[in-house]
Design a protein around this ligand. Structure first.
Ligand SMILES: *Cc1c(COP(=O)(O)O)cnc(C)c1O
Length: 371
């Protein structure tokens, strides 16, 4: 095992490949795979991850914003890239960088058509999103005819796909709602087939949709969190491996006595005769936010849990190591295989997505890949 003398986010590209292959194994062979690499590939490294996913055979990539797509193009990514939320201010850059915008409203559709007409594009690929119950971005079902009328009048753009997004695909208590979303999407598909001149790809499922609703895979699925190692469904979790591990090191160890305090605002007071406190160089500026302080979060040192004592500082946390043997320079695990980011984040009413995407860019990304 490599040792580092600083805090690093270790990213295991073999684990990424394993998660990709497992998700693929849940699909029919003709179903396309769109890999979501928004938010720096869920806090890891969008360029490295996108390159690896291209090699693995992902058919499509998706980012949230246009600028995220530009970075991928500037670094040689060739796969088609769907921009999920191209904002009007940036949408013209989509064309310069061969990025495929999601057009989710009449305003975005009309604006993009104006741009493509000015640039005389031919069949520029666009994606049309419908709202089926999440009430985030998207046209409503009743808009299909008006949208098709607009699209059928132009050859500047071509609707490559029509899609929607599930609100609670991981939660089987909401199965009735999800089935209603699927039904509404089916009805949109019927209307699209009747009115669009070309047959687009249809897609609906995110990671937990892929796992829970195999009947709703349609032509393509979109996976983010599963690629990074989380299924959101306990019975499936054994098939996934978190790709990112946040590792640090013991910078210093103090022995404190009864009545001594630790950290800002003296939030922790030593109640026993003597305690051993280790100082770890990672803090709220790195994404370990203050809610993890005061015993809510912990780190693992030499296989044992050491609770965070007192308040999380900007660059540092202090942990209680009285009960375990450790020395300065020892490796510290914040999350990875055990505990996972999901387990740790649950302690502060958060989710894996939030914790892994919060790890600040000042933390060095280190890649491991065994051939
Ligand atoms: C982020 C996102 C996804 C990926 O969802 P996961 O739960 O991470 O698999 C898929 N589709 C859309 C529209 C998204 O915004």
């Amino acid at each position: 095992m490599a040792t580092y003398h600083q805090t690093v986010l270790e990213i295991n590209l073999n684990a990424l490949a394993q998660n990709f292959q497992y998700l693929k194994s849940r699909l029919q062979s003709k179903t396309r795979f769109l890999a979501v690499v928004k938010a720096n590939a869920y806090g890891s490294d969008a360029i490295k991850i996108a390159k690896k996913l291209e090699k693995l055979g992902a058919d499509y990539l998706a980012v949230a914003y246009t600028d995220e797509g530009i970075i991928l193009r500037e670094n040689g990514i060739k796969a088609p890239i769907l921009v999920l939320h191209p904002q009007i201010e940036n949408i013209d850059k989509c064309i310069d960088y061969s990025l495929e915008p999601n057009l989710y409203s009449f305003a975005t559709l009309r604006y993009f058509l104006k741009l493509t007409s000015k640039k005389n594009t031919v069949n520029y690929p666009v994606h049309i999103k419908f709202n089926t119950g999440l009430n985030r971005l998207g046209f409503v079902e009743e808009d299909v005819f008006a949208v098709s009328e607009i699209l059928n009048k132009t050859s500047n753009v071509q609707p490559i796909s029509v899609f929607s997004h599930l609100a609670a695909s991981e939660d089987l208590d909401e199965k009735k709602f999800t089935l209603q979303q699927i039904k509404r999407f089916n009805s949109i598909i019927e209307k699209v087939k009747e009115t669009f001149q070309v047959k687009p790809l249809f897609h609906l499922c995110n990671t937990s949709g892929i796992l829970n609703y195999p009947e709703a895979h349609y032509d393509m699925v979109r996976s983010g969190i599963g690629l990074y190692g989380f299924s959101n469904i306990p019975s499936f979790q054994k098939n996934f491996c978190p790709i990112a591990s946040l590792k640090s090191v013991v910078s210093q160890i103090h022995t404190i006595s009864k009545g001594d305090s630790v950290g800002y605002n003296r939030a922790y007071i030593c109640k026993s005769e003597s305690e051993k406190i280790a100082v770890i160089p990672v803090g709220h500026a790195d994404g370990i936010n203050r809610t993890y302080g005061n015993g809510n979060g912990w780190v693992t040192i030499n296989g044992k849990k050491a609770p965070i004592v007192g308040n999380v500082c900007m660059d540092i946390i202090m942990v209680n190591t009285t009960h375990l043997s450790c020395k300065e320079g020892d490796e510290v695990l914040l999350f990875g295989k055990n505990p996972t980011a999901e387990t740790l984040s649950e302690k502060v009413q958060s989710i894996s997505y939030e914790l892994i995407t919060s790890i600040s860019p000042r933390i060095k990304r280190v890649f491991i890949e065994k051939s």
